[in-house]
Structure formats: structure tokens, C-alpha cells
Write a protein that binds this ligand. Sequence first.
Ligand code: BGC
Length: 748
Amino acid sequence: MKRICSLLLAALCAQVFIPAGAQSRPAVTDSKVEDVVKAMTLHEKATLLVGVYSYGRNPDGTTRKAVPGAAGGSAEISRLGIPYAYYTDGPQGVRINPTRKGTDKTFYCTAFPIATMMASTWNTDIVREVGEAMGNEVLEYGNDILLAPAINIHRNPLCGRNFEYYSEDPFLAGKVAAAAIQGVQSQGVGTSLKHFAVNSQETFRRENDARVSQRAVREIYLKGFEIAVKEARPWTIMSAYNQINGVTASEHHALLTEVLRDEWGFDGFVMTDWTDFPRNTAAQIKAGNEQLMPGLEVQVEQIEEAVKNGTLTMADVDLAVTRMLRILFRTPTFKGYKYSNAPDLAAHAKLVRRAADEGAVLLKNEGGVLPLRDKNAKVALFGFGSYKIYQGGTGSGNVHTTGIVNVYDALVEEGFRVHEDLAAVYDGVKIDFKIGEKLAKLRAADCDIAIFTIRRSAGEFVDRREIKGDFYLTDNERASLTNVSEAFHKAGKKVIVLLNTGGVIETVSWKDMADAILLPWQPGVEAGHTVVDILTGRCNPSGRLPMTWPVAYNDIPSSKNFPSNFEGNSWKKGPVRDSFDPNKRNEGFTEYEEGIWVGYRHFATFGVPVSFPFGYGLSYTTFSYSDPVVKAGKKGAFTASVTVTNTGSVPGKEVVQLYVSAPKGTMEKPLRELKGFAKTRELAPGESQTVTISFDTYGLASFDEALNAWVTDAGQYTAQFAASVEDIRQSASFKVRKASVVKLSAKL
Ligand code: BGC
């Protein structure tokens, strides 16, 4: 053993101490990884499988170093050249502490647009570019793995963490996640695709049992993960807290081994979501969950004990350690990368602005009130969000950023005259208050236009609620908007509403009061600039909704099966929750009764009216679609193309959405489903572009529960080229000649 160790030390440790910036270190081969595993003691192996907090101990008793504020990492085993690895949140950018003891230097990171907004760009190139910049911040701040992207489905608009997730549609979510992973990992750092899987609510998220059909789990809740894993090979996956059909996700062998590795070919390692109490440690390792996060010393003992008493074999442990080492030997820390602690935040802010400009969605523009033509207009700026915008959501997905640009500042910078008295009214006031009729009339008399921001925040630990001030406007917001709208309209002036929110709110009861509604989401550091870019027409909006905005909450198919009015925070330290009752509907367990009928699959198929449909968003120009063609290629491959022409008077980008309707078969199917999309380049007036979208028969399959198989029926399909799920512009039919069946053995 001694000899092996010294050889390994020579082979590996020598490289660890290579001078800084040594990126050229050769990859550690599989046989070398095997040698390292052979050289490890059981205690060292167990320690590697259990994450370490910043105060955690390495096997040799030394205290772990840390990047302050990073969420966790893995232990160092210095005698074998196994370095620390540092993991940091999250989907909107790197989350570390912005200040440190003993230095004046700051460590701020860029708050990029929230994930939902990135999905609203429908542009995988910009998503990849943002991923590269995030990956660069991971690297330059000394981290190894970004705990992102998060890809859970927007099953219900009130999930507190929807802002961290992409869409109600698994195809869009999967494609966007794949691009994000490719971007981040191009920097030589890893990602952790999370939360695997069916983690659709925050209320009792660590205990809740998601009871979901095999078809829905495959088609809706796993599909995005499948796409992202196959296309982008994330270094790691984070298993979810919740149970799926009675089995805790981190102990779910069918999920973590049969589906993830055997079916999809995942070759990284799985870490648990952060759990501050031990679960069934041996069952987790056996299921294929390699690392237990954030890590408790008792779990190290439990692994050692399990090997001694035979609950785990040494082969189980070795397999897990091997999977981890293969990744850890790719990290910048292992490679001795000398990070700068000084990523180019100014360059990244410019990218934030470009990305947010593409993700903002124009929901209404009556009479072409936007773009604003008069740059000298005097603006009456209402709403707290106009003066203090929410750049993102709360919890682990929040980024410590600096230099957030507010709408007020950006308007002033642009040269607009903004009424100072209103700024003074909002300054320092914390409580929700009402703009009275008198004040509204005064401002309507001395200003040219009203801009009214409605602001909402949500985040980890707590679901949103179907109450005033969250899903609905507060009484004061409604009264203020009514007074402003009446006064300005009486004076012949227009009202623009900005929605500074991470997710869906009710809009039908008030949208008539606004001439234009712009949804800049929570757009990251450059928030105000994004708003002004669109209001002025410097940027022609090209964002499209990645989820449906319903007429009423009760129209949402999961509304009965979601804790829409849970009061307070169900997250407390330790395993026992005060009010937790495993038999309580929507808390102890949640019935996913709606099955596959999530989002537009429900609204479009059953003809339920919506406020704004999936895929919707306006532009300052118009587009025509022509020459739809679908061509069959080899091995079940198809290409669909259509020509888009800018028929308006200003340049703009269009998002072409490809929906497919299947022929009638044995299974009930949605009216249409998204199977592809493409964003055009910026087209000048009169200019055309032909976009081509590829898909294949596997992508057309539905999950047949009786056969436990993906089945694509033979027959006549229709490809629909659309500007939203309700706005089909062209279609073309195509034939699938032979049915295909992909049988699976795993059951969830
Ligand atoms: C969250 C994860 C996050 C982790 C580390 C957990 O509470 O669910 O998304 O990555 O904490 O901060």
C-alpha cells in the first residue's frame, strides 16, 4: 500500500503543486482513478462521499478551506492529491459573500436575468453566452461547480421558486438548460442540474410525496432533464428533497440509476440537495446518489458502519468514489488554476443588458403607444418598483450583486423628465399606499405619460399565495392604478404598466386600465436600462412567454392540488416539522391529478380562455410566415422549415415555434405540443429568413403506461409554425410511416 501511495503522490500531487495557471495538466485516466480508489482507506472514501461545510474536517483532521459564502464542497485528501472542490449557487449567477474579513476588496457577482427570463428569450445562443459568463465567474472566484441550472416545471404559478426554473414546457426547459450547461462547462467548471425530480412546490418540500402517473413523470417532469443530460452532459445532478410515489428522490434507484444512467447515459455524479439531517445513508448510496450534501460527520460513520455490517458492499462505495473522482480530477482546483477574484463585471453587465433585452415580453401595446416617440416627455413614475426594482428572487437563487440600475435612474439618464415629487413620495416609504384621485389628476395635468410598476418577489422555502399582494393586486395598488388610469386617460394621456415579477400574476381584472404592459421580469443588474431600451424602441421586444398566464387561478389544472394558501414557512432545521402531517393533502402529499395536462397542454386542448397564452409576446414590427415544408430524412429524422419576412417598418426578431399535432391513436394527446423553435436574426423591414428546425420520431413519442414504453404512432401529423400556441401561422403535414416503440424497464 505504501508503495502505491507514494507512486500516486508522485503522479498526482506533483501536479497539484504545479505553478499557477497550469491548465495543460493531462487528464487523469480511468486506470489512474482506479489506482487512487485502491489506495484509499474506507474512512477516506466515506469522507469523500459526504460533503463538507466550510467548517468541515478533512480525513487527516485538517480544517477545510472555503470560498466564503459558497454553498459547500468536497473534502481534501492531500496524501492522494485529491483537492477540495467548491460548489456555489445558483441559477441567476454565482452566490458568494460579497465582503470578507480582513480585506476591503469586494467579491460581488453578476446578477444575470432570472432563469424564467432566459427562457423567455427563446434564444439558445444568448443562453449559452450567459452560461459562459457565469462559468467565468465560477472560475475566477475559485469555485469548481455551479449549482445550476434548475429545471423544475412551472406546474403551478405559485411555486415560490418558479423564477429559478424555466418553463411549464419540458422541451423548452430542456433545450434552454442544455445551452446553459454547455456555456458554463465551456469554462472548465461543472454544473449541477437540479432538482431531480418532480420538485414542484416549496411547502414541505423535504417531506412532500409527489404522487404522479408514469406518463406525466416521463413526459412532463423528466423530459427536460433527459434532453439536458443527453445534449449537454452536466458534471453533476442534484437529487430533489421530495418523494416521488412514496420513495425519497435521493434514495430512488429507478430514478438515479435505471433512468439517469442506464437509459440516458449520465456519466457524472449525483449529489443530494442540502439536508441537515441524515436520511437513509446506505439507501442513498445504493440508489446511485454519490455525495450527501451539505454533509454531516455522522454520515461518514454511517457509511463505514454500513460496509462493516454488509448493508453496503465495498464495491458500492468504490463505484460512488470512482464516479466522483472522475469529475473532481477535471476541476480547476485540481488543475491548480490561479483564479483572479476579479472577473470582468462590467463586460458581464453589458451581456446582462443584451440578454434581458431579448427576454422582456411586451404583453399589450394598444394603439402603438410604444415605443415612446417623445424623448422629452415628462414622466409620472408610480409604484415602488419604479424606484427600487427587484433584480431577482430570494433564497439560494439570489446573487450578491452591485450596481442595480433602477427604472427611475435609467429614465433620467436617457433624458426623460421624471416628476421629482413622485420620487419623493415613494422615497423611504415602506408601506403599500394609495395614489389618491387628487394626486393622480395633478400628475396627469403636468406630465405627459404615466409609468406604473407592479413589483413582486418570491423565493426559496415559501410558496406564493393566492392572495392580494401576491397573485392579486393589493387594494391600494388597484385603487392607485384606477385613479392614475382615469386621470391620465381623461387628460388624453397614456398609461404604461411594468411587471417586475418572477412569475405569473392575475391580469384580467386590471389590464384594460393600461395602454401598454411590458414584462421585464426580474432582469438582473441592468434592470432599468432594459426597460428604457424597450420603451424607447432602441430594442424591439422579442421575448415570448414560457408559461401561460391564466384568466383565473382556478383555471389552472393543478389549482386544487397545490398548497396555494399555506401560511408561513414550512422549512425548519432538522427532520421534524411542527405542523407536518404526512396525511395532509398538498402538504404531506400532493396528487398530480392533472397528469400531463400542465400549462398550455390543458388550456389549448380544452379550449379554456387565457389572459396571455404560452409563447405569446408582441413586437414593434409584424412578420409573415410562408413556404412551410417538412422533409423526412433518414432514421426517423425530420426537418421543418418556414420563411419569415419582416412586414413592418422597423427591424426585429421573430420566434418561430414549431408545434406538432399527432394523429388519433390509442392514447389521449394534447391538441399540439412544442417540438422545436428558432429565433430569427434581426430582420430589416422587408427582409426574410428561412429557419429550419430538426426533430425526430423519438421526440414525437408519448409515454404508454400499459407498455411502459415511448410510442410514436404511425400516421399523418401536422407541423404548425406559430407565433404562440394560439397563433398558428402556417402548417404542413407529414407522415410517420412506421410506428416505433422504445420499451423501458424502469418504473417510477
Ligand atoms: C436548495 C438548492 C441549493 C442548495 C445549496 C438548497 O436549499 O434547494 O437549490 O443549491 O440549497 O444552497
